[in-house]
Design a binder for this molecule. Structure first.
Ligand SMILES: [Zn+2]
Ligand SMILES: [Zn+2]
Length: 441
């Protein structure tokens, strides 16, 4: 298998003398399997030089599979410049997560409306197909492709491609679920010692991979004020990849404010952490033009998930109960969920919530931790003690970011634990992930 980086910059294309080495184009990575399948991770501005290379290869029809993690600009802006889509006889299959605002087709057509671009999506002569994906296992050409939600202020999936006896995992854009990675008292550096369920699932998704391509936009010093923006630090990436037994990590989605010298320093620091961990993990900062050849190995452990085939939830209407004793927060959450077309009801305290659940079972409860009287933890425990509500998803909202509170939340049985401050798009992406993981009735 061959992997080549065409775009390594995050947020906005950043050309200029300061980014000559690591590159200024936004996210785009080409993967070619031994049998000739072409998979492309994201379609940022790096898709333009990639398209030129594909076109220069000759007259043979091009069959491209574009795997979009999410539809923020820096991941789709190269699509209108992907020349193979302008040629009749070529085939372009586009994959992306279900549940963004509109279907994948509509989102891509939106950025090509005549206000923004001279050619409309429907005018492109290639055979273009659209595949809105849920979490699970998919087949694309000769590759087995797993998807899993990431943590970002938009519905975002990571891709794990297994083919030719190797695994390549693309995790862009993503930020840690929890400030603390490890559980207190547990041995750090092990997947089982990871505090937050979301971070543990993230580690399991990349386990044993030959190559992980991961968002590492920030330094640990920069992260604080940019929390909730949806990006990782190199420290988090190296720690979690080492625990997951990953062989090689490519740090990418470089910040537009980081010049070549700065990114090279990040590489040095990230390598020092990897060395400390002592797992043999190789770390580098991805640069435009970087090409890797991954050799087949017989020991690859395929990714196993309890839910390999998730049903589509795009056409379902969900009912969500929001419980909070603070009127401002309650109103804000209710408004955000109503804008996302959910049926929303609200309760101002724990006992009222339990009564409402008895009267009408919701698909999800969004629950505040700290409430006077019966708190969120007590409500969760009451729900888990009853057979009818044992499996009801509970998303807990809390300002308690400390390790014991996070642990107590998961031990009480919360499905997800969201710490304040959060942004509305971040919350609605987490709600969507919770709902997508619930089984259809
Ligand atoms: Zn991005
Ligand atoms: Zn993004």
């Amino acid at each position: 298998m061959r992997v080549r980086f065409w775009g390594t910059r995050g947020s906005i294309a950043t050309p200029g003398p300061g980014t000559n080495h690591f590159g200024g184009n936004t996210s785009c990575v080409e993967l070619t399997t031994a049998s000739g399948d072409l998979l492309i991770f994201d379609c940022g501005t790096g898709a333009h030089p990639l398209a030129a290379k594909l076109m220069a290869q000759g007259t043979k029809a091009i069959n491209a599979n574009i795997l979009i993690g999410h539809t923020h600009w820096d991941h789709i802006q190269g699509f209108p410049f992907f020349i193979p889509a302008f040629v009749q006889g070529n085939a372009v299959a586009i994959y992306g997560p279900e549940g963004s605002h509109g279907s994948l087709h509509d989102v891509l057509a939106g950025q090509m409306e005549s206000t923004y671009f001279p050619v409309e999506l429907k005018q492109l002569p290639a055979a273009i197909t659209y595949h809105d994906l849920t979490e699970g296992i998919h087949t694309i050409g000769s590759a087995r492709v797993a998807t899993q939600f990431l943590h970002h202020p938009a519905i975002t999936v990571g891709y794990r491609v297994e083919a030719d006896g190797v695994a390549v995992v693309y995790l862009v854009d993503h930020e840690p679920f929890s400030d603390a990675l490890w559980r207190a008292g547990a041995e750090p550096g092990r997947v089982e010692s990871i505090l937050h369920d979301g971070d543990r699932k993230h580690a399991q998704f990349m386990a044993d991979a030959d190559l992980v391509i991961h968002d590492a936009q920030y330094t640990p010093e920069e992260y604080g004020p940019k929390k909730t923006w949806g990006h990782s630090t190199y420290e988090y990436v190296v720690q979690i990849a080492a625990a997951a037994g990953v062989r090689q990590v490519a740090l990418t989605h470089h910040d537009p404010g980081h010049d070549d010298r700065f990114v090279a320093e990040i590489e040095t620091k990230a390598r020092a952490i990897a060395l400390q961990r002592g797992t043999g993990l190789d770390v580098f900062c991805a640069y435009e033009g970087c090409e890797l050849v991954l050799e087949r190995r017989s020991t690859l452990k395929p990714f196993i998930t309890a839910a390999p085939f998730q049903a589509s939830v795009a056409q379902r209407r969900f009912h969500i109960l929001v419980v909070d004793d603070q009127p401002d927060m309650l109103a804000m959450v209710v408004r955000a969920l109503e804008e996302d077309q959910y049926i929303v009801s609200k309760a101002a305290n724990g006992p009222e919530a339990l009564r409402m659940i008895d009267a009408r079972m919701p698909d999800l409860v969004v629950l505040d931790y700290k409430m006077s009287g019966m708190d969120g933890m007590a409500v969760t425990k009451a729900l888990r003690a009853r057979t009818t509500t044992q499996a009801l998803p509970v998303l807990m909202l809390t300002a308690m970011t400390d390790e014991p509170s996070t642990r107590a939340g998961f031990e009480a049985g919360v499905t997800d634990y969201v710490t304040k401050p959060f942004s509305v798009p971040q919350l609605t992406a987490r709600v969507r992930a919770c709902l997508a993981r619930t089984r259809l009735p």
